[in-house]
Design a protein around this ligand. Sequence first.
Ligand code: B3K
Ligand code: ZN
Length: 872
Amino acid sequence: RAAVKLSDYTPPAFRVEHIDLYFSLGEEYTRVRSRMRLCRAEGTDPHTPLHLDGEALELEALYLDGQALAIDDYLLTRQGLTIERVPDRFELEVHTLLRPQDNTALSGLYRSGGMFCTQCEAEGFRRITYYPDRPDVLSRFTTTIEADRERYPVLLSNGNAVDRGESEGGRHWVRWDDPWPKPSYLFALVAGDLHCHRDRYRTASGRDVQLAFYVEHANAGRTGHAMESLKRAMRWDEETYGLEYDLDIYMVVAVGDFNMGAMENKGLNIFNTQYVLASPETATDADFEAVEAVIGHEYFHNYTGNRVTCRDWFQLSLKEGLTVFREQQFSEAMGSPAVQRIQQVRLLRSAQFPEDASPMAHPVRPDAYVEINNFYTATVYIKGAEVIRMYHTLLGDGAFRNGVRRYLERFDGQAVTIEDFLQTMAETGGRDLTQFGRWYTQAGTPRLRVRDAFDADAGRYTLRVVQECPPTPGQPAKQPFHIPLAMGLVGRDGQALPLRLAGEPEGQATTRVLELTRSEQAFVFEGLAERPVPSLLRGFSAPVILDYDYSDDDLAFLLTHDSDAFARWEAGQQLAVRVILRRVHGERREEDLDKLRRAFAGVLEHPGLDASLAAEALALPQETYLAQQLEQADPVAIRAAREGVRAELAGALAATWRTVYSRYRPQGPWRLEPAAIAGRRLANLALGYLAATGAAEDDERVERQYHQADNMTDSLAALSLLADRDDAAAQAALDDFHQRWRHVPLVLDKWFRVQAMSRHPGALARVQSLLRHPDFDLHNPNRVRSVIGAFAQGNPAAFHDSSGEGYRLLADHILRLDTLNPQVAARMALPLSKWQRYDLPRQQIMKTELQRIAEAPSLSNDVYEVVSRSLE
Ligand code: B3K
Ligand code: ZN
């Protein structure tokens, strides 16, 4: 199938000066009338035909400057509409007919519950009307929506409501005008009977902005946290980047059927309910945090994405990497930066590193795609954010912020490239970033091999760093990257040592950023009285794999003494990784458990204990991360080894866990405050260990917590431990939860999810029955993710069951889902693309299933691209 290539980019031949849209929404069909003022772009050949994208549309009529066009005046294909001869300036009117109620792909105009809504990024607008549906065509939009007044009292689109009225047959209409030119992917429309939570925000310059959150009536009262998060995000962007909101109204609508998290449509964000609704009874602390982050993310897009947008979809990371980084900065400012950083790195390692090591590996700026929706990836988003963070590290905070401001001023109202951003940052920072640009073009995770030597007589310590990046599809050999390596040296007494490179004057810095630019480099530190322990990649200063041969004792030492919180966490994790991997290899060292036990006890005894950080440090490394450390992983063996270590740590520290559990569980009613959140997190971690002691009192503790909890965090923490068991008490709790929450979709998703992720050996069979459960629905992406996604990505030992049943079950459902929703089906196929990570018998079955999918008739481009690349 045809790939779109970056190298084929050509600027648009026509500009759309204005578009006037008219929607007549109905139960059977919806009519769309579009009136566009088009003009030939300067310097374009006067004979270039006009091409408009269009997909799954019924064309009813076409008028050029008021003249109806006959069937042989234009060419209609499955991809769009071409008019051979058009004047330099003209008006085009297009009438299309849609059936949103049949749109199960959830792209374009579709129905969710009782409402109409849209999703246009990346190429959904072409499923609404014929249009040059590409991000470098910016136009002014006026939108009129007409619908039944009773069913759809609320009619929304981008910009400001400028007019409204009644029409015949109990219908009404509202006209919206968006003063900001925008690409079609930012268009949005919503119609429904919705509850509105209103508030207002006064900007730094004193303008009043109306804030409005629209939800279905059943969800009224659960938007308070999102509203407060939005105000915090607006304030933060003013204070940090000097950016003020630019319309008089900011609207957010929550919909229950949504392919991703949320969408930054100009002035009218559309959100998955999951990232708007939050109340203590229904949402966990993690949900509250995610709502704040996603609300921030979409708000920050108003500048990084909307005011300055992408020239083409290859530049996607221009808006996404930068906006994820801004979202991360916001989350760091609202909470604990160290905890945030640890969670970011955990996600990068569990989602992006495996992608970079798979047949789906692609650069942050890909150079070809078949289906663009497949490139909204961990690489484009979160490795993209790591790349932005490296600019920040290399330039420093001040120059970085100035650079971003300058980029936004210089390119305001334009559709630009990653190169434009890089150039602006280089100029502002006064740095040559040519080599740094390789982060955008070379895929793969670089590996740093660090070796050291100490010359006691000269007091000289040398770090030698070799960088390598493995081959990735289409890129057999890599050029060296420009890598900021933040590091420090720790003395034997635990003190941070001053870092003076040979030839430098005395200095007091105890953390510094070494810049790697060659495949091999050495750094010589002077004035050291003893051999230090190096603390490397502090704050995770680059998205790389670090390889330095620490002893177990070094790791335990760094866990206690490193001044960098991230590095302390990392040292603890590496120690745990080693112990678990030795078990995987059948190596049982008596002292291993002791080392871990002492290290963990040390964390808990630390005087200034931060409960949130402690919870991160005491959590065992994820199974997916452990799998990455092995050439060929056996997920069942990894699960067994990890659970074995957990059970032993549970037993060895049982008294400590019980103390931690009772000391840190917040007393009194639920509150969303940092200390209470941290307390719940640490107490629930302790409960997780206690669930593995095998003592009846601990099993009962879990049951008690489930039944007594006044909030979803504690209730779900207990329920997920119960889902690992299969006794009567566990079953009773699961039944109770279902009974209590079966009418609240987001909570019912959790019920599915904990079972799909169960560590019980019968989990695979349970997933099979969940898929036949009457509440399971392949049409709803959240439900699909909570069963199929949670199982295939979050339950490696069950998914990789050696029978191959897990793979078969996944493939069967991908094929069924593909006929309904190709975007989500393609996402669900990604776990199979990682087949190379597993042992040979598993590889074989995974490939067979990929093959079976690839051979299915009438496969979507989305799934086709994932499975065919996986097999290449
Ligand atoms: N920009 C959207 C993602 C659209 C995905 C289209 N398949 C959400 C975001 O990144 O904020
Ligand atoms: Zn985004």
